[in-house]
Design a protein around this ligand. Structure first.
Ligand SMILES: Cc1cc2nc3c(=O)[nH]c(=O)nc-3n(C[C@H](O)[C@H](O)[C@H](O)COP(=O)(O)OP(=O)(O)OC[C@H]3O[C@@H](n4cnc5c(N)ncnc54)[C@H](O)[C@@H]3O)c2cc1C
Ligand code: SF4
Length: 326
């Protein structure tokens, strides 16, 4: 299907882009690799008046070391360049997550910022415009109806970013810029439970960079999907910490693709921190996971499958973490 009419603007600098965002009269949407935006515009999920191209903004490029052993990743960096970057070799779990996204062709276009700001998805949004027209609009179009979960008053579409859980497990921070300055927040705090306004990014802001603390000693990433090498996840988990025998310090466990935001697990982490990576503690951590995910929907996979998958992902991640240190 052809793209709806729109103006395409390509600012030369970040300042110019932010000024355009601030002064926009109609709806203006950032586009980076366009692997999601263009697809969604063809499907008439949204029809902005202006597309603001950010992928080649010089301020959003590259990977470089920052103070305190941290690493700064430009939000406009292509996933292919990041996964090959020598600076990121010290973060093998993140590289694994980057490589798990879609296919080589998609990753040659896709960017880090686009992945982290990826619009939420459900089976309704995945249909053609004609199909959706027959159902009518939903919360994403300003109407107080959710077709996916009819009893829901908020949009429950899923956050399908594979990279967000990996970065959150690393304790990453994001930098957002507007014409008046910059702010930085933990990526873990960037997402909300509302599939429509699913991040804290304001309309006049762009994501500029992601900053990573020094790499953890041990980390694992597990993705479950229908077809490896070209598909969104049914569920992912990222885990990081320092393992010594059965003891783990600084453990993080983050699940993605099961809910509207990536979820940082609390009780499973507490169980492992106090009891160690024993079989009994791993089983208890897996059992404690379901409650922290909140209401699971029948989006893409049945809710009961998601419960089972969540337990399996926690078990596998913790077993691999134990194995990583063996
Ligand atoms: C066949 C296929 C398979 C896919 N499989 C996966 C998968 O396995 N895992 C996965 O995680 N994703 C997957 N995707 C989704 C998507 O391609 C990737 O997440 C990709 O990284 C998006 O990056 P992009 O630069 O193309 O984003 P775009 O499409 O350009 O933008 C995506 C969103 O981010 C916003 N945005 C982009 N850059 C910025 C910025 N700097 N500041 C503020 N907002 C910004 C846009 O406005 C838009 O809302 C798949 C897509 C396709 C087509
Ligand atoms: S989850 Fe509901 S409100 Fe959200 S996009 Fe899907 S149908 Fe619309």
């Amino acid at each position: 299907m052809h793209l709806p009419a729109h103006e395409f603007v390509k600012p030369a600098t970040l300042a110019e882009g932010l000024s355009l965002l601030q002064s926009a009269a109609g709806e203006i949407k950032p586009v980076a690799g366009g692997t999601d935006v263009i697809y969604n515009m063809r499907g008439r999920l949204f029809q902005p008046d202006v597309l603001l191209s950010v992928r080649e903004l010089p301020e959003l490029q590259g990977v470089r070391s920052a103070a305190g052993g941290r690493m700064r990743l430009g939000a406009g960096s292509r996933l292919t360049d990041l996964e090959r970057s020598p600076e990121l070799a010290a973060y093998p779990m993140l590289v694994r997550a980057l490589r798990s996204v879609a296919s080589r062709h998609v990753r040659n276009m896709a960017t880090l910022g686009g992945n982290l700001c990826l619009d939420t998805r459900c089976w309704y949004t995945n249909q053609t415009a004609e199909w959706r027209q027959a159902k009518g609009p939903c919360l994403k179009n300003g109407v107080n109806v959710c077709h996916a979960i009819q009893s829901s008053e908020v949009c429950v579409a899923l956050n399908a970013s594979d990279i967000a859980p990996a970065l959150i497990a690393h304790g990453a921070r994001v930098t957002l810029a507007c014409a008046d300055g910059e702010r930085e927040l933990l990526l873990a705090d960037f997402y909300t439970d509302d599939g429509v306004a699913h991040t804290l990014r304001r309309a006049d802001e762009l994501m500029v960079a992601v900053t990573l603390p020094p790499p953890p000693a041990d980390a694992v990433f597990v993705k479950e999907t229908a077809r490896k090498g070209n598909d969104f996840s049914y569920g992912v988990i990222a885990a990081a910490g320092e393992v010594a025998g059965e003891l783990v310090t600084g453990l993080t466990l983050v699940m993605g693709s099961l809910t509207t935001r990536p979820v940082s697990l609390v009780e499973p982490v507490r169980l492992i921190a106090t009891q160690g990576l024993t079989d009994t503690a791993i089983a208890a951590a897996a059992a404690a996971t379901r409650e922290e995910l909140g209401a699971l929907t029948n989006l893409y996979t049945p809710a009961a499958y998601k419960s089972t998958l969540a337990r399996a992902l926690v078990t596998e991640a913790l077993q691999r973490l134990r194995g990583a240190a063996a």
